[in-house]
Design a protein around this ligand. Structure first.
Ligand code: SF4
Length: 220
């Protein structure tokens, strides 16, 4: 049986998130521009760290260079096209607004306080969508779902919500699949052995993704 969120309730949640200015009121951001996308029948959730500068303008997730890399990974993981990813995957992030540039030139990592301010939005998205699969992209997302482990002990694994490694045959839902951040700023993927781990993660994702896409009511 396909579980589907109430579309009206989801639309209301999206209105509330898109109107949020908590980080502005608290002095962390000059302006709020929350970014998310998704549909009530999505069974797969992709959670990133925070939108970048391009996403903040377009107001859609995963649009910039990192987004292109991630979409290529998703095609290796069983999606037929970027359009299919954007229709069949609920896309959100740990914090929903572009945090601005950091001192090193890359995007600033949202502070713990900002993550806490934004936490209830993600909690409500998860509670409403009840995804069967959560693809967790980047360190901030791993800290939320699978804390305290280095990337090379996460990528290539499949976990349950308790953080235990599970097989693809488990009935546990949602399955958590961690991926590294696709940004070129991350050096982690420069190492051959880490690219092998990414290959393994995408290979293991493929049957899960195909199964969920085939079992979903709405077409891509
Ligand atoms: S990052 Fe989250 S909590 Fe902060 S203003 Fe944006 S939506 Fe609100």
């Amino acid at each position: 049986m396909v579980v589907m969120a109430n579309p009206a309730t989801l639309a209301q949640l999206h209105r509330e998130i898109l109107a949020c200015t908590r980080c502005v009121a608290a002095g962390y951001l000059r302006a709020a521009a929350p970014v998310l996308s998704g549909y009530a029948d999505n069974r797969i959730m992709l959670v990133g760290q925070a939108p970048g500068a391009v996403e903040a303008i377009v107001r859609l997730p995963f649009q910039g260079r990192s987004g292109k890399v991630l979409m290529a990974w998703m095609e290796r993981a069983g999606f037929t096209s970027e359009n299919q990813v954007r229709r069949r995957v609920y896309m959100t992030s740990i914090t929903k607004c572009f945090p601005g540039k950091g001192t090193g030139g890359g995007d600033r990592r949202p502070s713990r306080a900002e993550v806490e301010l934004c936490r209830s939005h993600l909690d409500r998205q998860l509670a409403l969508i009840k995804p069967d699969l959560v693809i967790a992209v980047g360190g901030l997302v791993h800290e939320r779902f699978l804390p305290g482990r280095p990337l090379d002990r996460l990528v290539g694994g499949i976990f349950n919500l308790a953080g235990e490694a599970v097989s693809t045959r488990t009935q546990a839902r949602p399955l958590l699949v961690p991926l590294p951040h696709p940004s070129g700023a991350s050096r982690w993927l420069n190492a051959v052995e880490n690219r092998v781990l990414l290959d393994r993660a995408l290979r293991r994702l493929r049957p899960i993704v195909r199964g969920l896409l085939d079992g979903q009511l709405a077409g891509a």
